[in-house]
Design a protein around this ligand. Structure first.
Ligand SMILES: Cc1ncc(COP(=O)(O)O)c(C=O)c1O
Length: 481
């Protein structure tokens, strides 16, 4: 980094006594109100800046970000879906955000109505009989779903079911969930087409199987065409089938997962239903179940008696509580607005556009970057590189070079079953022109790999932070400024 003013830290720009705004001294100093033992011995060392310095500092910092509002964002598995800006205004209304967690239900009727109605629209969109809106993330939804399966088998006194079967194309959170819920993970290898190998599944199923967790579409962007047959043999073995529906943005409006034979599914609201994903902020992992599993759902569901909304009396067989309150209400609101604004044919169109965009990019890029599994992609496509043509250039170098060319990088080295994976997922509302520009940048990178591979190996060149030494960063981290 050089020392241009916009590259300095705010503390480096600080000058003693400089102020943006000066207030009249307080009539009574703050320490008159606070216990003496909590008072600071000295003033905090905060940067002292003019208003212009402070505004420029934060504006410049915000411009260093590469995100959906500034760049094409093809991050596979975690792409930003369409998040209408208008919903931010609605979801920020005080009526919802200023609600006290212990507000009496009489004063929370509007919020409870939305929670109730969101469950209704989710049921209509997916075919499930009941939902819990409690889980705050996808993995939290999986955790809830796996506990529901455990409670179901326990209620039937079927205590030997200690295993969860998970194919190698599942999302990584699935085995972690199974382990956290006290199950043993039985991993099965996918077939050569990237889908569940039915013979492997049949072999793994047995009296110990509690649940089979399938990510649909899976992490290589493929739909499990034999899902109905899989559901049949799973049920025949006395087990339940869980669909990791985090990738539902490729299917919503096209198919109701419950009709495929699925018993439990979670949806990542922050991947499919209008909340940005990847910001580390609140999310929601709504879990839908078939009728026989409803009584095991966690507390916190809402009832309507025709006049009043209220929290439902917990069922005795419920797995209990998985979260306090609805602090993530803004995520629920966005999901509700989305499913009210888009339904039926328009919802279907959203999925179709997600699939179309992924396959369009794939068709353009396939000339230079081989697609690992040849089947038609769903919402994302996974490329690899032809090492013989790359002059030592790796997937990591491609991702770094894309930053130079003005694009967010795709997901790389995931899924693990694809060597040198490059996973691209365009937002469904991206224009053809933007995707053409991205494909042209990828073609340029391929060209550069032939003519100037060092350019790629040392990328990025145009970013404020250059290539970091990742090995030293991991082995000898310097965590002090
Ligand atoms: C397929 C799939 N399953 C589960 C998850 C986990 O969701 P979360 O990160 O909200 O826990 C993700 C995250 O993107 C995912 O893509």
């Amino acid at each position: 980094m050089n020392n241009y003013p916009h590259n300095l830290l705010s503390i480096e720009k600080s000058a003693t006594g400089r102020r943006g705004v000066k207030y009249a001294p307080a009539q009574k100093p703050a320490n008159a109100y606070l216990p003496q033992n909590l008072l600071r011995a000295a003033a905090p060392k905060l940067p002292e800046l003019s208003e212009l310095d402070a505004v420029r500092h934060f504006s410049n910092l915000s411009r260093l970000n590469v995100g959906l509002d500034t760049h094409f964002y093809p991050l596979g598995s975690c792409t930003m879906k369409y998040n209408p800006k208008a919903y931010d205004v609605l979801a920020a209304l005080d009526n919802f955000t200023a609600m006290h967690p212990f507000a009496p239900v009489e004063t929370a009727q509007g919020t409870l109505e939305i929670i109730y109605k969101l469950e209704e629209v989710l049921k209509a969109a997916t075919g499930f009989d009941a939902f819990t809106l409690q889980p705050a993330a996808g993995a939290h939804g999986e955790f809830t779903g796996a506990l529901v399966a455990k409670a179901y088998h326990a209620a039937r006194k079927d205590k030997q079911r200690t295993e969860i079967i998970i194919p190698d194309t599942a999302h990584g959170t699935n085995p972690a969930t199974a382990a956290m819920c006290g199950f043993n993970v039985v991993a099965i290898k996918s077939g050569p087409d990237g889908r569940v190998d039915m013979a492997e599944l049949q072999k793994a199923l047995g009296p110990k199987t509690a649940l089979v967790m399938l990510t649909i579409p899976n992490t290589v962007g493929l739909f499990e065409k034999q899902i109905k047959e899989a559901a049949q043999i799973i049920h025949d073995a006395g087990a339940l089938i869980y669909m990791d529906g985090a990738n539902l943005n490729a299917l919503i409006g096209m198919v109701k997962p419950a009709q495929l034979g699925v018993d439990i599914m979670h949806i990542n609201a922050h991947k499919t239903l209008a909340t940005p994903h990847g910001g580390g902020g609140p999310g929601a992992g709504f879990v839908g179940v078939v009728k026989t599993l409803e009584e095991f759902l966690p507390f916190g569901r809402v009832n309507f008696d025709g006049k009043k909304y209220a929290f439902a009396k917990p069922s005795k067989k419920s797995i209990g509580s998985v979260k306090s309150f609805y602090g993530n209400i803004a995520v629920l609101l966005r999901a509700y607005f989305y499913l009210r604004q888009f339904n039926g044919e328009t919802l279907k169109e959203i999925s179709q556009n997600a699939v179309l965009n992924a396959n369009y990019i794939r068709a353009l890029m396939e000339r230079d970057f081989p697609v690992y599994f040849k089947e038609t992609s769903m919402h994302e496509c996974v490329f690899t590189i032809d090492k013989d043509k790359m002059n030592g250039v790796k997937t990591l170098d491609i991702a770094k070079r894309l930053l130079d060319l003005g694009f967010h990088a795709p997901t790389i080295y995931f899924p693990l079953i694809v060597p040198e994976a490059l996973m691209v997922e365009p937002t469904e509302t991206e224009s053809r022109q933007t995707m053409d520009t991205f494909a042209a940048a990828m073609a340029q990178i391929m060209q550069e790999a032939q003519t100037n591979p060092d350019l790629l190996k040392n990328a990025p060149q145009n970013c404020p932070v250059k290539r970091i030494d990742e090995v030293s960063a991991a082995r000898e981290p310097n965590l002090h400024w």
